[in-house]
Ligand binder design. Sequence first.
Ligand code: MSP
Length: 668
Amino acid sequence: MSTFYVTTPIYYVNDVPHLGHAYTTIVADTLARYHRMRGDHTRFLTGTDEHGQKVEEAANKRGLTPQQLVDQVAPRFDETWKTLGIDRYRFIRTTSDKHKKVVAHLWKRIREHNPEDLYLASYQGWYCVGCEAFYTESQLIKEGDQWCCAIHKKPVNWLDKERSWFFKLSKYAEPLLAYIDKNPDFIRPEQYRNEIVSFLKGGLKDLSVSRTSFQWGIPVPEPDPEGLSHVIYVWMDALTNYLSDLCPADGSIGGKDVAEYWPHALHIIGKDILRFHTVYWPAFLMAAGLPLPKGIFAHGWWTVRGEKISKSMPATRIDPIKLADALSVGPLGRPIGIDAMRYFLLREVPLGLDGDFTFESLFGRFNAELANDLGNLVNRSLTLIGKSPVRPAYDGFIAESGAHAALAAVAKSAIAEATLEYDRLAPSRALEAIWKLVREANKYVGDTQPWALAKDDSKSDELAHVYHMLASVIAIVGGLVTPVLPTTGRALRQWVGVADDALDRWPTPEDLMTIVGEVAKDPKPLYPRLDDKAQKKIFDTMVPPDTTAPAPAPAAAEATNQITYEDFAKLDLRVGRVASAQPIKGKDKLLQLTVDLGEAAPRTIVAGIAQAFPADSLVGKSVIVVANLAPRKMAGLMSQGMILAAGDEQILGLSAVDRDVPPGTRVK
Ligand code: MSP
């Protein structure tokens, strides 16, 4: 058992939580959940950043004191995380007494350890209130005759010879470079480490760490000989939260929690605040003679349909609760909507890279990976097991053979890979590894054909083993997805009868032999497919009408018989594997096929291809099936789909896929 301490940035209270904030918190929550499942001592901290000029100005505008304003708005973040089911986090506010005391102590410690590191001088330069940061002209952009912040695109303020305390940041470029060199994992991913290394190599300027032109902050705990009252720079104040939450109530820096957790601290941040965390924060700590956190991991930036998330573009400000609610289409309601949102955010973009949120990719992943891959595996397996008089049972002899051994091997490597990838802070890769197992298990159903085994009494041991494998793989998948999909993971494990005390435990390869219990008889489809109507409803709920006007279809479309993407998307094309094929008496052009589409049972499809293909030659072939064609009667049989083939009267070839693709995979 080891220790894990994860933090998010503390959010500015003047904003309303949006998808970008939710992303960071969900990433941290996923990691905390994973470590708890591993049995690690885990602590998770988030909170709000409440001081600074921005807040003072906003309060003045509203005729409130800053304290009144922050008391009104800070709970929004805490409430959002509670509603989104973020698990066992601590919530810190920088206006809390203890935090204020710790910040003052940090200042005093710097004074004790390196008295010359804090000195009074006068500051002149540009300041962006949005970033609460000082900039040189080379870091700004010019719009007309005004210098503007490159991030906020708003004019910056000129601070004219404001008397200020300075921190001797310049002294720390070398020690920081040496530290990063010795601890290559201190800043991750690598591209950000490189960025900071070259920034440090350019040398550092001393940093102004107090302000006198406004009062909403923590007072500098020592007098200014000129009698001015200074408040501590809001970033020095805010960064200290990571430590102050661990400190005892008297605000001294030390004690049991600092000793236990601080060496393990991992700061998850957005790339926008990399320098504050990887340069200022470690330099303050070094100056105070304190150890540095274990590491800083910067994730990328989300845009929404190609646009930066910004106050001026309401359609980009996706409210995570609203999105989760819109996705609550399954029987378990909001928790499943939350899982779907978490899945998309963590699967779509490898942690560290930028991402673009679009409804198309959200719906695409929902349908293909949640409803189809995972949903089908669970629904078809539990339906088969539920209906059968044969109970799942592990058989060591059968386990060694063919498809059974192959599935067990994939399950074991999925556990190993998912563990490694979560450890490496790569949840998207962990999910990829888990989905390899999900797809392999779907293939296993096609390969072992439990419906055929059920017809043969002499195969009941094998059938019991197939059921066992399916149930235990579902339990393992349930465990492996839990950090990202907490409600889904729990439901899966409960449905296959995992004991209560094992529900929150990280899977092991031994689970393949032991984990299944009483299997639920009528599982609910957790993720019903989002058809056009459902997709439109979600889109309309999420995007204000004035920004939804669909781009008019090009005029040429009508003239040349083109269809729009929406027309095409109505077709549900799927990969199907032909399970059996036989001629139909008296119909020399038709064949009766059963085709596995990854559903609970294969479909019967009547196809006019008998003259081009002998029935036997088709078994095991993967074909493309129109899966949402209304069933119709042909040759006295109900045909439940259509196989795509080249040629009209004379069939020349069958549509196929060029590699082994699991049945049920969507073709687009
Ligand atoms: N208060 C500071 C942080 C102080 S930490 C000691 C701050 N707050 S913030 O409210 O602006 O939140 C910043 C964090 O929110 C980002 O670092 C990032 O983690 C998250 N995100 C905000 N918008 C985001 C995106 N569009 N995309 C991804 N993450 C985003 O900075």
